[in-house]
Structure formats: structure tokens, C-alpha cells
Write a protein that binds this ligand. Structure first.
Ligand code: NAD
Length: 359
């Protein structure tokens, strides 16, 4: 059956890096028999400019009909003055919510060739390979009531609600345990159970779910300690699972352990394993149009798509090995360049990965 991929390049460097990922997909189709077709749609600022909304109905329909979604990035200074409801980022949040993409998988892997690009000492990060699983459609980013008001004393107040039902915790728990089963069978659940009742429930439910996975070792850590441990001794972790806001913060922190945000892919999955795949970085307005953006995070997002949505580990491995081979050959975009490497533009990096795929 032909796999249908909805492609949403978005804004800024989104269009530049997605073009390289598409090149890789085409090579897999031509040379390795990958049965897929792609169709593009607008999202974010580009969609707002063309249609007056950052999340057009046609884009939602295409994504709903597709087997997977590949996204570049959205946003940029041009759209910052817009009302909150029309901002490019609303398009992305809308898509995540509409497709019920509750499980966000963010691997943080340090390629041995890039040890020098990390801000941490080589012995702390070399060999790093962790997976952070963030709950993506619940928690304080979505909880009601929320808002701002002026109280009876005339003082301004702002408030948000941290809310989870046990079914939401349970389903992300299952994803986390199953991911740990495919790795080193260690899962650390991050919460703030000593202070927040909602995450006390989180811990309770994680313990209940763990009974179904006796082969996985479950541990718990408070989020403040987890932040500290991620920069002190990150290799102690295998898989981490946490609620939406904690995961947002911890996964960006983990990203930087690996040297560049331009290296890291992500997957956001629904309950059937259908997903949206995207680099974790944004639209990088500061380097847009210069042809220097690193396309590797997006190309590795395609590998995650093949692995998680299409169950095609063979082609996923091919992509990951080709990225390693291109790095071994010394190709580096500006964000990961160091002395003695070949400074490479966006398109040339895509070509180097394709050459390695075909080698
Ligand atoms: P950013 O991730 O776009 O950029 C942060 C820094 O990393 C910049 O210096 C940028 O040049 C660099 N960078 C990012 N990706 C790179 C790549 N592939 N290669 C080389 N360098 C890269 O974050 P920001 O500057 O805070 O945000 C810019 C815009 O992107 C904002 O409008 C923001 O809302 C949006 N954003 C979108 C997403 C998304 O679409 N998922 C995520 C984060 C931010």
C-alpha cells in the first residue's frame, strides 16, 4: 500500500530543510523501493499570508487523510504583531490537538563526530543516547480554567490549571514503557509529586502501569533534580517520561547536550502510531535564505517516520547510517563545524547524505 505523507514546509528555514528531506525520500523510493507519495500544504505564517489563517481547513483535511505528516517549522518576526489567535504557532498547536498527537518522542543522541560541538565536557556527554517522552496534549498548557482578570482589590491576576485525568497519564505511560522495552529497559518518570497533587496522581498511575511491564525498571525523579541531573550526568538516563510543560523544558535542555538543535528530530504520535515528524528547532529567522541551515534534524525526522509510523526499520537504519557516514566524511553545516571539517551548505549536506545512501 502506498504511504501518503503530508508535507508542511512552513516558514523560514522550514522550506529549505524540508526540501532536503524530500530529496532523501525520493532516493528511497527510486533506489530502495519505498512505496510512498507526498503532497504539500500550507501552515503557519505562509498559510496566513495566502489564506488569512495559520491553519487552513485544507491542511487539516490533507493531514487527516495522510498516513504521516512531515513538518518543517513555523513562525517568524513578520507575524509577531498578529493577534495570538492568528500567529503561526497556533497552526502547529491546532494540528497537534486535532490529530490528538499526545506522545512526543524526542531522542537526544550525541554523534561521536560532534563531541566537540557540545558545551559540556566530552566525558560527560560522549556516547549520550537518551529518549525524552513528553505528554503533548494535556497538562498546564491546555488545562481550564485559564486566563487573566482583575480581582476585587483592583489587582491583575493570571492563572493556569495543571490538570490530567488518569487515562491521559496511562496512555503516555504505555508508550513510555513500550519505548523502554525497545531500548535499555530503564524508565525514569519525572514529576513534582512532593508539591503538586496532579503529579502525585501521575506517579501513582505510572506505578500501576509498570505492573504490566515487569521487564522495565521504573524510577521516579522530581523535575528540579531531573534538570540538574541532565546537565550533571545525563548518561544515567535511558528513557524519561513527563508531563507537557516539564517535558518542554527538559527536552530543550537535553537537546543542547548534543551540540546543536539542528541535529535533533522528533515524533508526535497518536494512539494508533500515526504521527507528525519534525525537527525540534524553529524557523531560525536569523539564518533564513542563506542556505546554511542544518537539514539533519529534518532528515532524521524522516527516519523516525519510517520507524514509528511505517514500521520500516530497514530504511530508517539506512538514513541514520547515511547521516553518520556524511559526518564521518567531514561534512558539517555551520552550526556543527569545527577545525578541519568541510563547511557545507544546506543543499550540499543533503547531497552528501544522499551520496552515502547510494554508496
Ligand atoms: P529557533 O530554533 O528557530 O532558533 C534558535 C537558534 O538556533 C537560532 O540561532 C537559529 O539560527 C539556530 N538554528 C535553529 N535551527 C537550526 C538549523 N537547522 N541549523 C542551524 N541553526 C539552527 O528558535 P527561535 O529563534 O527562538 O524561534 C524562531 C521562530 O521559530 C519563532 O517564531 C518561534 O516561535 C518559532 N518556533 C517554531 C517551532 C516549530 O515550528 N516547531 C519551534 C520553536 C520555535
Amino acid at each position: 500500500m502506498t504511504m501518503k505523507i503530508a508535507v508542511l514546509p512552513g516558514d523560514g528555514i522550514g522550506t529549505e530543510i524540508v526540501a532536503e528531506a524530500i530529496k532523501v525520500l525520493h532516493v528511497l523510493r527510486e533506489d530502495f523501493g519505498l512505496d510512498m507519495e507526498t503532497e504539500e500544504a500550507l501552515i503557519g505564517g505562509a498559510a496566513y499570508d495566502a489564506t488569512g489563517t495559520p491553519f487552513p481547513e485544507a491542511t487539516l483535511k490533507l493531514c487527516q487523510a495522510a498516513d504521516a505528516v512531515l513538518l518543517g517549522a513555523v513562525g517568524g518576526p513578520k507575524w509577531e504583531p498578529l493577534d495570538y489567535s492568528l500567529r503561526p504557532e497556533r497552526g502547529l498547536l491546532g494540528l497537534r490537538a486535532e490529530l490528538e498527537l499526545f506522545a512526543n518522542l524526542r531522542p537526544a543522541i550525541l554523534y561521536p563526530q560532534l563531541v566537540a560541538a557540545s558545551t559540556l565536557k566530552a566525558e560527560v556527554v560522549s556516547g549520550l543516547d537518551i529518549m525524552i517522552i513528553r505528554e503533548l496534549t494535556g497538562g498546564i498548557y491546555f488545562g481550564q480554567p485559564r486566563g487573566r482578570r482583575v480581582n476585587a482589590d483592583g489587582e491583575r491576576e493570571g492563572f493556569n490549571t495543571l490538570y490530567y485525568k488518569e487515562s491521559e497519564i496511562r496512555r503516555i505511560g504505555h508508550i513510555a514503557f513500550q519505548t523502554a522495552q525497545k531500548r535499555n529497559r530503564r524508565l525514569c518518570s519525572v514529576d513534582k509529586a512532593n508539591v503538586l497533587e496532579c503529579t502525585e496522581l501521575w506517579r501513582e498511575v505510572m506505578i500501576e502501569v509498570s505492573k504490566e511491564y515487569p521487564d522495565v525498571e521504573l524510577s521516579h525523579m522530581y523535575v528540579d533534580n531531573a534538570a540538574m541531573q541532565l546537565v550533571r550526568a545525563p548518561k544515567q538516563f535511558d528513557v524519561m517520561v513527563t508531563e507537557n510543560m516539564f517535558g518542554d523544558i527538559l527536552s530543550d535542555c537535553a537537546a543542547m547536550l548534543t551540540g546543536s538543535i539542528g541535529m535533533l528530530p522528533s515524533a508526535s504520535l497518536d494512539k494508533n502510531g500515526k504521527g507528525m515528524f519534525e525537527p525540534i528547532h524553529g524557523s531560525a529567522p536569523d539564518i533564513t535564505g542563506q542556505g546554511v541551515a542544518n537539514p539533519i534534524a529534518t532528515i532524521l525526522s524522516v527516519a523516525m517516520m519510517l520507524r514509528y509510523s511505517f514500521n520500516d526499520a530497514v530504511n530508517a537504519d539506512r538514513i541514520e547510517k547515511a547521516v553518520t557516514a556524511a559526518l564521518d566524511a567531514g561534512y558539517r553545516t555551520a552550526d556543527i563545524a569545527s577545525q578541519g571539517t568541510l563547511k557545507t551548505g544546506t543543499s550540499a549536506m543533503g547531497d552528501a547524505i544522499i551520496a552515502a545512501l547510494r554508496a
